[in-house]
Design a protein around this ligand. Structure first.
Ligand SMILES: [Cu+2]
Length: 273
């Protein structure tokens, strides 16, 4: 009776799992970037791990019920079974190759931004998302944590020529033109954070002491949320930012209305000369 209850519970779990997956009860947020391939990757992962989950649990349910303890029944003992072991090795190998192959293919794309990408810097700190646009020269001026002050949270060098036209946006939002590949160069002022926009299928760690990069192309206009996906202190839950994807004209207008470093800090002596 006990064995039957355990076996039926396992079968009920398998049925519920398949139902929740096929009915898409918990599913991806609507896609708003070029990374639809990531959804394919996750579905492949669900298929491989799902087959393993169903197969293993059905086998356990079968074993628990049909080989339950009974009077006068003796356990069967055998030392090894090479055929069974080689079979399991083969099945596991196929599973790992199917999981790893598409993942590596996708990763190779993820780390190579297209030629025509624009660059935006992401600066994280407890518990704020900030951004910096390189301005007309397309070059981000130097920045260092050593220059950090409450008035200069990006640690910018306001004297550097490349900094003059940079556009810092403390506290966001992150505005982006639709259809334009963007490379995020991300750094942190304090601890590890993680840039996560579910609709973009982008989740990438921001690590103090280094610059991490990720790229994507937003494909839909609208507002999205950046969520910090790395537990980063007591304010982690509130580390939410806004991303606004605009038509290219609206984006250029938005950007031209933001003050540049030269306007915020005053023009540098070098630039005046
Ligand atoms: Cu964070």
């Amino acid at each position: 009776m006990q064995a039957l209850a355990v076996a039926l519970t396992l079968v009920a779990m398998i049925v519920a799992t398949i139902f929740l997956t096929v009915a898409k009860v918990w599913w991806f947020a609507p896609l708003a970037s070029n990374w639809g391939s990531l959804d394919t990757l996750i579905v492949i992962t669900f298929a491989v791990t799902g087959l393993a989950l169903v197969g293993v649990n059905l086998f356990i349910a079968y074993s628990v019920y049909y080989h339950r303890a009974q009077k006068d029944r003796k356990a069967l003992f055998f030392v090894d079974n090479p055929r069974l072991e080689w079979g399991l090795i083969a099945v596991t190998t196929v599973g790992i190759v199917v999981l790893l192959g598409p993942g590596l293919y996708y990763y190779a794309q993820l780390i190579r931004p297209p030629q025509n990408h624009m660059v935006v810097e992401v600066l994280t700190q407890q518990w704020l998302w900030s951004y910096r646009y390189p301005g007309k020269d397309g070059v981000l001026g130097p920045a260092s944590i050593k220059r950090f002050t409450p008035a200069n949270q990006f640690g910018l060098d306001p004297q550097a020529p490349a900094s003059q036209d940079d556009i810092p946006v403390l506290g966001g939002p992150l505005a982006l033109p639709v259809g334009q590949p963007v490379l995020l160069r991300m750094r942190s002022n304090d601890v590890i954070h993680s840039f996560y926009v579910p609709e973009f299928r982008v989740k990438w760690d921001v690590v103090p002491g280094m610059v991490t990069e990720v790229w994507f192309t937003p494909t839909k206009t609208g507002e999205f949320q950046v969520i910090c996906a790395e537990l980063c202190g007591v304010g982690h839950y509130s580390m939410v930012g806004k991303v606004v994807v605009m038509e290219p004209d609206a984006f250029q207008k938005w950007l031209s209305e933001r003050p540049t470093v030269a306007q915020i800090f005053g023009p540098s002596p070098k630039a005046q000369r």
